[in-house]
Each structure stands twice: as structure tokens, then as C-alpha cells.
Design a protein around this ligand. Sequence first.
Ligand code: TRP
Length: 370
Amino acid sequence: MAERVDPYEVEGKVDYNKLIKEFGVKKITPEMIKEIEKIAGEVHPYLKRGIFFAYRDLKEVLEEYKKGNKFFLYTGCGPSGPIHLGHIATWRFTKWLQDKFDVELWFQFTDDEKFLYKNMTYEEIAKWTHENMLDVIALGFNPKKTHFLIDTKHAGIIYPEAIKVAKKITFSSIKAAFGFNDSNNIGSIFYTAMQTVPVFLPNVLKKENRPCLIPMAIDQDPHFRLSRDVVEKIGHRKPAIIHSKFMTPITGNEGKMSSSNPDSAILMTDSPAEVKRKINKYAFSGGRDTAVEHRKLGGNVEIDVACQWLKYFEFDDKKLEKIYEDYKKGKLLSGEVKKVLIDKINEFLAIHQKKRKTAEKLIEKFIYKI
Ligand code: TRP
């Protein structure tokens, strides 16, 4: 089966071990997790559970941190639709890193990228930039340590650096990285330069020399493979990266969750009734055809979407383990696990939606002042 994982397409069943080899990244080891725990004082469930599973240069960044030179975090959002639970997973972990390591976060909103790649007007994209900022703020990032960069708004500081990056990337490397051909628009060819700039921009602006750590889903890696090649040539450090897997789409199908198909994902603005409807109707079940059979033979935790999604929301290891055991033994039915998940998600969304309402007032605090 054809498999494709790049920023613009995630297709097929993703084999993460194969990706590790193909992309040339390293798998996070139990020793590394211990190392992180030593510094952070705890381990985030997403690390223990293999949701964040691979890295580049992370060891070096931790070593330097221990010696007293803090890194800064960099991640981003392409604003072309509503935020869903898949996006949020990466950003919840990013917030944890910010809190535990007490570091700055630079958050890029790539309105240029989405305008260039999607069949949408600039006004539509601008609306999504605004809406998406509210969701990021609602997650509780520290406004004193978080800086939003909006590509078209901060072009004055980004563009002079982007041209330095662009001058070092050839059209043929872009073609090879993204499968482009002569009919791709010229803006999209340039775009990787824009996504590269925040890798070193904080150091330029503050005249510092800190390492950059990027928490992100693995589909963004092709951009940063190019970035890592060029930034050293223009006098900056290569960024370190920590990669996450994709949250399975609700239907359990291949690929990743997508906001362009609202039924494949739970959106941050979904009502409790909507969450319940989507999960009950679409969540792929690893259970048996009948309750009788299920009680006798048990269910398959690995393919059951409700069981898998609970990894993102039930942070109590013992409770999660018990649910998995009971499901495997047939003591718990599919519908019952779904109910646990629905309650967990709705609890999380209630808090998020409340915070989102007050986020508007904070936007100006987050947008980087030139
Ligand atoms: N290209 C990303 C997207 O489409 C947005 C983005 C920009 C990003 N900079 C990033 C994502 C850094 C992760 C890390 O969503």
C-alpha cells in the first residue's frame, strides 16, 4: 500500500519504525525519558506512552540545558480550518515543556503557507488565523514567555532572514522533498524558507545563542531536514526536534485527523452532544460483533479508537491499564469504553471552551511586538 508522509499529505497506514529509518531520526529510549524526568521532575504521559516517539539532537540540547544555557521552543500552526484534538496533543505537550523547563516559546502562524497551498481567499485564512490563536491561548501558555509570529504581519522581521535561507535552497531539493513539479506555484516553492526562520530568529532578535527545540508531528520533518542543512551555512545552529505520531482519525482509517473533514475529528468547538454523536457513530471499535461474543473473546485494544484515544486523555496509568485489561478480557464493552472517552473529552473541552471565551482579550499580549 502506498504510504506518504510529508507536510502536505499523510496517506496510508503509517509505519513509524520505517519512518524513523527513512527520515533518519532517532527513537526516544527509556534512558532519554529518565534524563528528561530528572530535569523536569516528572514525565509527561505522552512520552511514556510513545506518542512523542522520536527526536533529532535532543540529547545535546538537554546537556546544554544542564550546563545553564536554556533552549527556546518553536512550533506552529497552519491556519486553514478549525483546531481539532490532533493539533492540541502536540501543543499540550509543548506547554508542559514550557512549564517544566521554564523556557520561551515562539509560535508561528503560517497564513502565507495556507494561502499558497489551499484553495482559500486571504480573508478566509485571516479569519482562521484569529480563531486558531484563540485555541492556542486557551491552552494556557505563559503570555510573558510566548511570542506569536504571523508570517504576513511579521514579514518585516522574517523576510530579511527568509531570503538568506532561500538563497541556499535549490528548486531541485524542494522538488525532491515535497514531490513538486513545474506546475506548483512559486510561492509554495519559497515557503520552506519562511518556516525555517523561527529556528534562529529569536537569537537574531535578542543577540543570543540558544538552541532551538521543535515539538511537532512527524509530517513536518521534510521542511526541517532542509532547514537543518542550510542554517549552519548562514551561521546558525541546527534545531533539535521531538516528533509525535498522529492521533488516529476517529474512523480508525489510515492517515491523520483532518479539519477539512469535520466528521473525522473532534473539534475544539464541538458541543458535548456533538462529541457524543461523533464517537458513538464513528469511533472504530475493536470489539466483537455481539456482546455475547465480546464477553467471551474480549476486544482488541490496539485497533479500538476509543481505547487508543484514552491515551491522550486518561493520564492515570493505573486507570488506563485497568480499562485495557477489562476490555481485552471482555469485561468492558465497546460502548462502555466510548462512554468513558466521551466524558473525558467533554470534561477537557468544557475547560478549553471556557478559556477560549476569554482568550480574545489576551491576543495582543501574545503577538510579538516588533
Ligand atoms: N507548516 C505547519 C502546518 O501546516 C505550521 C508550522 C510552522 C509548524 N512552523 C512550524 C509546525 C513548526 C510545527 C513546527 O501546520
